[in-house]
Design a binder for this molecule. Structure first.
Ligand SMILES: C[S@@+](CC[C@H](N)C(=O)[O-])C[C@H]1O[C@@H](n2cnc3c(N)ncnc32)[C@H](O)[C@@H]1O
Length: 216
């Protein structure tokens, strides 16, 4: 039996819109809980949101923006963070490709992309989130030294991600000389990650950063 969605938000509604970001600027949307200058961390495709909540709890003085395409996932996460607090999280229901260009240039401390849909069929590859144009924009939005971390369980998508990241001139591989790690000790698992681990799928964790200069 399917359970009906609950639409009421039992507390502060932390959802924001693209229009609000454009009109007021993202930092203003974290007030009054966070005022003044604060670092910004963004997760693209947060799914059930446990990873974002973990990041936000670890860094209470940092603003965390969760971007997610699914209305249902955003609604459920909004209800959860209204119930449980999480004053330093804001959520937006939109495509990452639309939101990222609206973020401040050199204004993001870290982007996280965890287990985004691999779209395994060749004719669907253009739907993959990690694409050269998006990565170029992510690189521009990162502060110098800011991090871009991408995880996938899918071998062919991992090869694609590797090629796209290696070709991005503004980024450097924090794991150099290896392209990715199979494990990241101490890293919070995501909901999908736990499923893929249970199935024994190979994990790939890419850890890049925006170059501070032309040096490695
Ligand atoms: C496979 S799930 C992974 C969820 C979560 N990151 C995890 O690891 O458990 C991919 C998520 O990305 C969202 N998504 C897919 N394309 C997106 C896009 N272009 N922008 C934002 N979210 C997207 C989906 O709705 C889904 O929740």
């Amino acid at each position: 039996m399917s359970r009906s969605l609950k639409y009421d938000i039992p507390g502060e509604d932390r959802r924001v819109t693209l229009e609000e970001i454009r009109e007021k600027g993202l930092p203003a949307l974290f007030g009054p809980e966070l005022s003044g200058a604060h670092p910004l961390v963004v997760e693209l495709g947060f799914g059930r949101g446990e990873f974002l909540r973990h990041l936000a709890a670890e860094a209470p003085g940092t603003a965390h923006l969760g971007v997610e395409l699914s209305f249902k996932r955003v609604l459920k996460m909004s209800r959860r963070i209204a119930r449980e607090g999480d004053p330093n999280i804001r959520l937006i229901e939109a495509r990452a490709e639309e939101v990222v260009p609206e973020l401040p240039d050199a204004g993001v401390a870290a982007f996280w992309i965890n287990f985004s849909d691999p779209w395994p069929k060749k004719r669907h590859h253009r739907r993959r989130l990690v694409q050269p144009a998006l990565v170029e924009t992510l690189s521009r939005k990162l502060e110098p030294g800011g991090h871009l971390d991408i995880a996938t369980d899918h071998v062919d998508y991992a090869e694609h991600i590797d090629a796209v990241l290696k070709a991005a001139p503004g980024l450097r591989n924090r794991l150099h000389p290896v392209p990715f790690a199979r494990e990241m000790p101490g890293r919070r698992h995501t909901a999908y990650e736990d499923e893929w681990r249970a199935e024994g799928r190979p994990l790939h964790f890419f850890c890049y950063a925006r170059r501070r200069s032309s040096a490695r």
